[in-house]
Ligand binder design. Sequence first.
Ligand code: NAD
Length: 370
Amino acid sequence: MLIAIAAETHPGECRVAATPETVKKYVAQGHTVRVAPGAGRGAAISDDAFVAAGATIAADGNVYAGAELVLKVRAPSEAELANIPDGAAIIASFDAQRYPHKRWLADKRLTAFALERMPRTSRAQSMDVLSSQANVAGYRAVLKACQYYPRFMPMMMTAAGTVKPARVLILGTGVAGLQAIATAKRLGAVVEAFDVRPVAREQVESLGARFIEVPADEGQSAETSGGYAREMSADYKARQAALIAERAREADIVITTAQIPGKPAPVLLTPETVETMKQGSVIVDLAVESGGNCPLSRMDQVVTTPNGVTVLGSGNLPSELAADASAMFARNVLTFAALLFDKEAKLALNFEDDIVEATCIAHQGELKNL
Ligand code: NAD
């Protein structure tokens, strides 16, 4: 099968959906791999490294010509769709609900797999780009906060005096939040964290952070059967807001990661709370793409409030760590793609497989799961 590795065209996107490591494996499986010139540049991968792994570089500029499978980080734009051969398969993070070119997928009879639809099961874990990229985002969020925070993170005892450790508050302790806790702890901060899912307590405490608990509503679990957070009652939200406001006043850095699939992100840090925060403190809002956990955050902007709080709305932190983010993304894609081929390296789809079924959003002229 001819696999095309595209150069990402979305503004600011530095990741790439394959690396020399995964190209080598596709080639060993019997595939032919063609890479767009410069596709790996943003991720510190040269064309030569792809060639050494067994790929060819699309010298004529059209990486898609004759491609049977296209690997991308982001869903194809209209211009890219025009170049992708009819009937080809595409694996990418489609953000399918909001993808504006769905009709094209059906009209061109493309088979499209939306990686963000990966089931949250043990078997799917190694293919889960939401997890791998959230891990990167959580790490990067802490470093980003440090960059704007005008003080040290760790406690220091020096001849010039003692420095107190930074107090970091993490709101939402899914994959990104847990990595943010681990990173802030490694830098020597005092960390506390909050999540609506009570099971998060053990994970937070095992990383050496303090868990802030808001007792759940009687008879209602904060977690869906899929392991995601549920939207909570007004009463719960009021109790949560009061506690978070109290903890945010004490914090030097607040990293918010709270999301509810398919819904706007919950507001956890109100403008009134931010007004009470310390001058020089920093907020990193990782949920900015889905509306933000802090209404003051703006996508990819640095906002400074009148009381001197810096609010960072970070939309694509994985792209800022593109080499490792791509390595993880590419491995997820490689593992997933293996489900789609038969022994002759031909596309052979088994819709009885829950992973194939859940991620496929278009096949043979029909849109699926949309
Ligand atoms: P996510 O990105 O959807 O949300 C981030 C966090 O925000 C979650 O922990 C959620 O509980 C929390 N949250 C939502 N509303 C909140 C509120 N009002 N206040 C505070 N926190 C709030 O979550 P995620 O990182 O994708 O992970 C969700 C769960 O799925 C976790 O338990 C994770 O360990 C699990 N998971 C399982 C697999 C797998 O088994 N394959 C893979 C990834 C994640």
